[in-house]
Design a protein around this ligand. Structure first.
Ligand code: SF4
Length: 320
């Protein structure tokens, strides 16, 4: 039986009117400006594609969707300018976060990485650096480099692909690492004071509701500051597409995803910032589920469901 918590933070505006701590709101109020993420492909490759760990990549990852090759051939500053031009907003002077997103952005020597990160933050109006990577590609010398970017009023985030706390799910996803790698990477990053955001996937085949909620509880137990929640979706040209076409990959309905995501949010610590609540995919690359293209509708359904339940982030978290 649910015990309602006495303090209902969202009613008091702690999360700017939302029943969860949303990254966009957090950024806007911290910097008093719209912050745009400029995605960068540093062409660093991935050990799960080049044969070091695996050669076919994670089951859900498409080489094309993870890395637009045209973008990857441009200099970092040209990619950042192209991203700004793509926003086509022109209404104010936004601030930017340099986002090393494509592939494994710690898969090089510490010296090479430092030059790349330095170049990105030298671009005008950059107030942050985000680095996406695998948990088994974070040796101590590279974490030391990343920790060097910690400073006041600078948005530093290390994004780690956790996906699930269950090793059998990581095996299904062909991740090539275990949950122990994730725990080690998070702990060593936090020893250096680096803010960590973990990526997780809901709807992995053979994960029960309890399995998914165990991952939420595990994230709340770990010293992380952010989470990106994605629905399992099938992209063209991936190993997952092959399984899906054989009828071996049941996908969540929108209703299930909304319900599970709310259950997940209720179990997340209240201080964790939710960076994303739905996977993003290019329309022309998506095989299924089609509902994932209606991002606004899904996000509204999640918020409406929490409001209907009268619950909020951390409602069922002991370490709230
Ligand atoms: S999801 Fe990341 S780790 Fe997996 S194959 Fe793609 S780039 Fe590599």
């Amino acid at each position: 039986m649910r015990q309602k918590k006495e303090i209902n933070h969202y009613k008091y505006g702690k999360w700017y009117g939302k029943p969860y701590h949303f990254f966009g709101d957090y950024l806007y109020h911290k910097y008093n400006a719209k912050i745009l993420k400029l995605t960068i492909n540093a062409n660093l490759g991935c050990p799960n594609r080049d044969g070091t760990i695996g050669s076919s990549g994670c089951i859900f990852c498409s080489e094309g969707s993870a890395s637009p090759t045209a973008a990857g051939s441009l200099s970092i500053h040209k990619q950042m300018q192209a991203a700004i031009d793509g926003f086509n907003r022109g209404l104010y002077t936004p601030k930017y976060i340099a986002y090393f997103q494509a592939f494994t952005n710690t898969y090089a020597t510490a010296d090479v990485l430092k030059k790349l990160y330095d170049s990105a933050i030298a671009f005008g109006n950059v107030v942050g650096l985000m680095i996406g990577t695998r948990p088994d590609c974070l040796p101590d010398d590279i974490l030391d480099v990343i920790a060097g970017y910690k400073k006041n009023n600078f948005e530093l985030w290390l994004e780690i692909g956790m996906q699930s706390m269950h090793d059998r799910s990581l095996q299904f996803l062909q991740r090539g690492h275990t949950h122990a790698h994730t725990v080690s990477a998070i702990n060593r990053a936090r020893e250096r004071g680096i803010p960590v955001c973990v990526h997780i996937i809901l709807g992995i085949p053979n994960e029960s509701w309890y399995d998914m909620m165990s991952t939420a509880i595990e994230i709340s137990r770990l010293p992380v500051q952010g989470v990106k929640i994605h629905h399992l979706h099938v992209i063209k040209g991936t190993p997952l597409e092959v399984l899906y076409n054989k009828g071996q990959v049941p996908l969540l309905s929108c209703k299930q995803y909304v319900s599970y995501t709310c259950d997940f949010i209720e179990r997340l610590r209240g201080d964790i910032i939710i960076h994303r609540l739905l996977g993003d995919q290019p329309k022309d690359m998506l095989i299924a589920p089609a509902w994932g293209l209606h991002k606004g509708t899904v996000l509204k359904a999640i918020e409406d469901e929490l409001l209907r339940r009268g619950t909020f982030q951390g409602f069922l978290c002991d370490s709230y």
